[in-house]
Write a protein that binds this ligand. Structure first.
Ligand code: SF4
Length: 490
């Protein structure tokens, strides 16, 4: 019988094919850097949870058999145990925290999320079932997760970071299903590779590392898959079930919402559409025009005093500045990661944006909210920061209302729009090419262990990426205005 673990059963829940591939074709997995960073964040939260129990015993052995015997020895000491390891019916689990309680133990699963997600309960049910079957008298099962109202006051004091929810009763009915889950996962492992087409399940609750492999297997992926329809309320799944893979083949009567009809019509025609009004809206904006973009980092465990878990802390901005003669220059700020970046970020921004001119962003709710956060954090800078918010012009709704190109495939993100107006400037030649990668790069700058060479590489990659975002806005605005060439100076 093949060995299972809580993680393997969770993978089977997501997709039996994923479990099968992990066991039989592990070399096909492509783990993204951002997944590794998330795992690292989970480890940091786990370390903090342990730090609240000074006399705990960590089970750390070279193999699972020795971990099981070390756990047995630790249980005789009636102390908190970290990574207590149990085995029942070929399912091996490691409990994050096992704390002595009246009449037995309290088991705590530690998670880096900000709420108790449904799959946490499945995980806890598996852990609890195995531990009880291995004769552990569990009195309570809890999930510890991040309390987003916690404010870090510095000096490494994270007491209050975690909230504990007693899930003993919630998971009791699930525990009855665990033998069935185990049998299902075992049957998958014993059989041939399951058939499963890619779809939304490949991203939830986790990004699947076999995505590239599965997409290659799908013989003729559609050029415009029906899944490009945004907020589709299950329409794409229905269309797939009815044999429609490519949006262009779907009959008009199956597309009922106005926004879907627009995407369907333009995709079918193959011709981009630019409606009147975009040019006029841009021409009304005063000069100088500041094309502005922020990068932020969101940490489960706050690193800087007076910040909360998962707060979006801005660490970089880029700005292309356009004068009335259409000449351009570029300015930017990027923290070196050694200290709280917020004040330097705010002061440098105020200095460059001055007091007049349009501040053009792509999704005003993001940049606007970050500037308001900074005004809140630094009351002495608030008047100047809030004056910037009043000058913001949002290019995103203008683009969404006036422009669509078939190659945008249902998305108005700047990364989807840019290649359709300036193909030479796409993001695929950048080593940092999206917000998640930017966060990963910045975590490397924050890490004192990062070598100077890697630090320099990450720093330069971040500079290039954020500058590309603001240049993209310039290109989109100029495309709408019908401007082809302009002078440039740095
Ligand atoms: S990519 Fe999707 S279909 Fe393929 S194994 Fe992963 S979850 Fe399953």
């Amino acid at each position: 019988m093949a060995g299972l673990s809580k993680t393997r059963i969770s993978e089977w829940f997501q997709c039996p094919k994923r479990l099968w591939l992990k066991a039989n074709r592990p070399e096909e997995a492509v783990l993204e850097e951002s997944q590794l960073v998330r795992m690292e964040a989970g480890n940091t939260v786990g370390d903090i949870a342990r730090s609240f129990y000074e006399n705990g015993i960590l089970i750390e052995e070279p193999d699972s058999l020795r971990e099981i015997s070390a756990t047995k020895a630790a249980l005789t000491k009636r102390k908190p145990i970290f990574e207590a390891t149990f085995l029942h019916k070929s399912v091996l689990i490691r409990a994050d925290l096992l704390i002595p309680a009246r009449g037995g133990y309290r088991m705590v699963e530690v998670k880096s999320g900000a709420e108790v997600k449904p799959y946490y309960l499945d995980d806890a049910a598996i852990q609890s079932w195995v531990a009880k079957k291995d004769a552990i008298p569990l009195r309570k099962v809890e999930i510890a997760y991040i309390d987003t109202s916690f404010v870090y006051n510095g000096d490494g004091d994270y007491s209050g970071l975690l909230k504990y929810e007693d899930v003993t009763e919630q998971i009791a009915p699930k525990e009855r299903h665990v033998p069935k889950w185990i049998a299902g996962a075992q049957a998958t492992l014993a059989g041939d590779m399951p058939e499963r087409a890619t779809g939304k399940h490949c991203k939830e609750p986790f990004g699947c590392p076999f995505r590239t492999f599965c997409e290659k297997l799908e013989r003729k992926p559609a050029k415009y898959p029906v899944e490009i329809l945004p907020r589709d309320n299950g329409l794409a799944a229905q269309l797939r079930a009815d044999g429609y893979a490519d949006l262009r083949r779907v009959p008009a009567k199956r597309i009922t919402s106005k926004s879907h009809q627009r995407i369907w019509r333009i995709t079918k025609s193959g011709q981009p559409e630019l409606l009147p009004g975009a040019r006029e809206a841009l021409q009304s904006l005063p000069f100088p025009r500041y094309y502005l973009d922020f990068e932020t980092i969101s940490l489960a465990v706050p690193a800087w005093r007076n910040t909360r878990p998962y707060a979006m802390v801005p660490f970089q901005w880029s700005c292309h500045i356009e004068s009335s003669d259409r000449s351009m220059k570029h300015a930017g700020f990027l923290s070196d990661g050694s200290s709280d970046p917020r004040r330097e970020f705010a002061v440098s921004l105020i200095k460059v944006l001055r007091k007049r001119g349009a501040v053009i962003v792509y999704n005003a709710s993001f940049e606007g909210a970050r500037i308001k956060d900074l005004a809140n954090d630094f009351p002495d800078l608030a008047p100047e920061l809030l004056a910037i918010v009043d000058r913001i012009f949002d290019l995103l709704p203008l683009t969404r209302d006036h422009y669509y190109h078939p190659d945008m495939k249902g998305s108005w993100s700047i990364k989807a729009v840019l290649p359709t107006v300036a193909p030479e400037l796409a993001y695929d030649n950048l080593s940092v090419a999206n917000g998640g990668m930017a966060q990963d790069a910045f975590t490397k700058l924050m890490d004192p262990q990062t070598s100077p060479t890697l630090r320099r590489q990450q720093y330069d990659a971040l500079l290039k990426y954020c500058e590309r975002d603001t240049l993209a806005m310039v290109k989109i605005a100029h495309y709408f205005e019908g401007i082809k060439a302009r002078k440039s100076r740095r």
